[in-house]
Design a binder for this molecule. Sequence first.
Ligand code: PEP
Ligand code: MG
Length: 735
Amino acid sequence: VKTLTNTIEKISEKAFYFEQAEEQDDFLKESLQSIQLDTSAEMAAIFLYEKSSNELIFRAGIDTAGVWDRSKMSEDVPSFQVSEHEAGRAFTQNKVIRLDFEKSEEHPFSSKLILPLSLGPMNIGILILAHSEENFFKEYNDFDLTSAVRDLADILSNSSLFLQGNEELHIISGQKASTGIAFGYAIPFWAEKNLETILPAENKEAELSRFHQSVELAIEQLETLQNSSTLVISEMGNMIFSAHILMIKDHSFIQKMVDEIEAGATADAAITTVVNEYAQRFSEMSEQRFSEKAQDVRDLGYRLKNNLNSGKKRQFSYKGKIALARHIYPSDLLRLSMQGVSGIVLFGAGVTAHISILARSLDVPVLITDDPSLFAINDGTRLLLDAIKGKLYIEPTEDFVRERQSKVKKHVDPRIFTLKGKTRDNVFVQVAANVNILKDAEDAKKQGSEGIGLYRSEFPFILKNDFLTEEQQYHIYKKIAESQKGKEVIFRTADIGGDKLMQGRQDSEDNPFLGVRGIRFSLANRDMFRDQLRAMIRAGYQKQLGIMLPMVSSVEEVLEAKDEIKKIQDSLKSDGITFAEKLKIGAMIELPSAAMVVEEIARECDFLSIGTNDLTMYLLAVDRTNENLSHLYRSHHPAVLSVLQSIVKNSQGHSVEISVCGDAAADPVLIPFFIGIGIRKLSVSPFNIEPVKKRIAQFTLDEAKKIAGELLSINRIVEMDRYLKDFSIRYPEPV
Ligand code: PEP
Ligand code: MG
């Protein structure tokens, strides 16, 4: 079996000498020469992709007659449309392609090997090798070739030779999923270059002992993290880090690294090789709970390598690091955040609403971009992540960083906010908190929350990507209930489904937002539903507990759930377990159907809460997670406002409390609107509590009613836009 690895290493060493842009061609030719020499190919050529023409265009080549250069060619530069020819196929499908022909006039080369050159997921071109003998390249295996050309592309891009328009690389634009600013050093979470550092034999023992020390230290660190009592960690951390501990105690994983070192690799190189191999294998698995492990294993790899080189510093953290990733699961987000990551940049779409919600709770700025130049950013590059403006600045100047950071310094108000929410003329409007993780509950308390209006209980499930036992849930819920010191706490039963899938636990659906989501999921999975209700009802002992049902579409679902709650209370009683005897039962009004039959639902409930996030989505048929439709996703749409008013009107007369818990509850224009139509409770994210209270205090009830009337009289979107613009001048937000 032949390999290209040594050739690539040679090229890599040379890259150092060709740093100037003018030397770019020479470097390419040198590289081709090495490849041709080592493989004995009779021809080698590189074609690069050009976006404007969608073609692969010849860049440089070499054959037995010498080097051919694009600049010395006639106008006829060879090219392929990417949609045609095997070369196009190798490029678009990112595959090694072997072509074997009988020798003929048409095919002077009987064997051809076409290799895709890729940078991260972005293909930048192809490398073609050819020989006149048949089956000439059969001794190379595809796996080795793939990894070798990946390294080759990496080298070419590292020495800034490959990418045209280099200056453009300095700013990457994207959508913000969680706002904020972070400065730090890049830490890419995709395949790292394998380090082929060879160790002198006499150093082997020392290297092995260095490696084992790093493993021991990692176990120690992970166990500390797992048992740490800080808030977020005590909630989910032990589950999240136990995967790492299992992995690191897995004999074969560590043994593989030991084998690499025994075979002469440095400990750093051994870790990289084995981590790449495992991550690759995990990421190819279709089931999420396995593919999720790809990041886990890279994360662990960073820890091990860091420990190798940290000397006496025994801590490991991502503080001052900006993680670049292709994909991220909620558990990764929590893990990175717990290890102090300063910011995250993600490639591509597919970011679920819950990633954004969680990132905001964790206060981690997150940017999503579809710009593939993200993959050209190297480990350690200085970055300024501005997830307020939606930009990532690469190697920004220090002045720029300072200026940007000083503009957005968080204003920390040392007062403890204890005032109740009320209008200027003293009408009380309760301001409660939306809570996703335990940290939110603590933040909420500090910000002066009047209880919890929505606890999204699916978060632990989504973070773990599995169900939790009744006991595990009970401990989490109890902490959340206790955090509010006697104020009302509303637990929403799990809203799984939609984009909050737990893969492997749920059948995949063509239209998950219209599928088995929320209460439908709970009623279809009774055991899980009962475990959850038992845990909630137990945690609500001697608390003011409310249980709220998500995604209700008809009153029958409420009746079925009430029946379960009653049965659980009875069984807890006969088991002699303490539980909440008095509790309120409520429904989310977030589907158009529920809004239409709200009177019937109100009759059966103690409270209702309007979920404007979903209500807007389902009324307007606009996916809340689809960035391309964000201009159509508007809670100020005349249809939405009219439905909101009718919900309040039609539920009045039943002694039911009604609140709003979607993001619109913190909207500066909609706050007076809600008060005007009769809402007296808003539930918002913790850091919105104070601003929302201040906004409420700006208006009298009559003013709010007048504003609601004005808004409801508007039927056209253009007119609405004009009104909103005008409104912000008439009623500037309080400072
Ligand atoms: C809503 O839909 O408005 C809501 C509060 O619930 P979630 O965002 O969890 O779907
Ligand atoms: Mg909802």
